[in-house]
Design a protein around this ligand. Structure first.
Ligand SMILES: C[S@@+](CC[C@H](N)C(=O)[O-])C[C@H]1O[C@@H](n2cnc3c(N)ncnc32)[C@H](O)[C@@H]1O
Length: 186
């Protein structure tokens, strides 16, 4: 439970989970590897994480979600530790990129709709999680050739085209990296 004024202090704090050696400036870093720039050593596969509810304004997980054992539980913890309206920023490879499969520590191979259970109407599957996020931004980078040919623009500017691309084109017009920004609804 936060004390009076706690929410405004919390909203200035940033948590960088799986920070590795590239901890975000000003953030509190979390990692399980002691040879990183982590301030807190913790295993993201053990729940709950050692932080109070609503204690950060922003949480960043850059190239991390594909490593955890349970994406749904990790997202629920991200949701719990940020303040209402707090931001969760994720970066992860698109599953059609070389980098998704060349790293054997990646457990998950995701696409641009992989977080829909937390969004509008829980993607039609409300029983997986009660945590809710509003999708603020989804940006998909494509391999350079396809970016130059204008596919990246279409994927990022038209939701229907992104769906069409995921369904029919992405094994040829391959993705690279995805960036997501979510707002925690509490
Ligand atoms: C690909 S690196 C990304 C590091 C950093 N975020 C960056 O962008 O450079 C993944 C990081 O997540 C950490 N990691 C992976 N699984 C983890 C877990 N279960 N608990 C804590 N940290 C974990 C690794 O130790 C590693 O530092």
């Amino acid at each position: 439970m936060l004390k009076a004024g706690g929410v405004s202090a919390a909203s200035k704090r940033i948590l960088d989970v799986g920070c590795g050696i590239n901890k975000y400036p000003g953030a509190i870093g979390v990692d399980r590897n002691p040879n990183t720039r982590a301030d807190v050593l913790c295993d993201l596969d053990r729940f709950p994480y050692p932080f109070r509810d609503s204690s950060f304004g922003e949480l960043r997980a850059v190239h991390v979600i594909e490593h955890v054992s349970d994406v749904i539980r990790a997202m629920e913890e991200f949701h719990r530790v940020v303040v209402p309206g707090g931001r969760v920023y994720l970066v992860t490879p698109h599953y059609t990129d070389f980098s998704s499969f060349c790293d054997p520590t990646h457990r998950w191979h995701l696409n641009s709709f992989s977080f829909r259970y937390f969004g509008e109407n829980h993607g039609g599957f409300g029983y997986y999680s009660s945590a809710r996020f509003r999708e603020v931004k989804v940006h998909v980078r494509l391999l350079a050739l396809w970016r130059w040919l204008g596919f990246e623009f279409l994927v990022n500017h038209f939701l229907r085209f992104r769906k069409f691309w995921e369904y029919y084109l992405c094994y040829v017009v391959r993705g690279k990296v995805m960036e997501f920004e979510f707002e925690a609804i509490k």
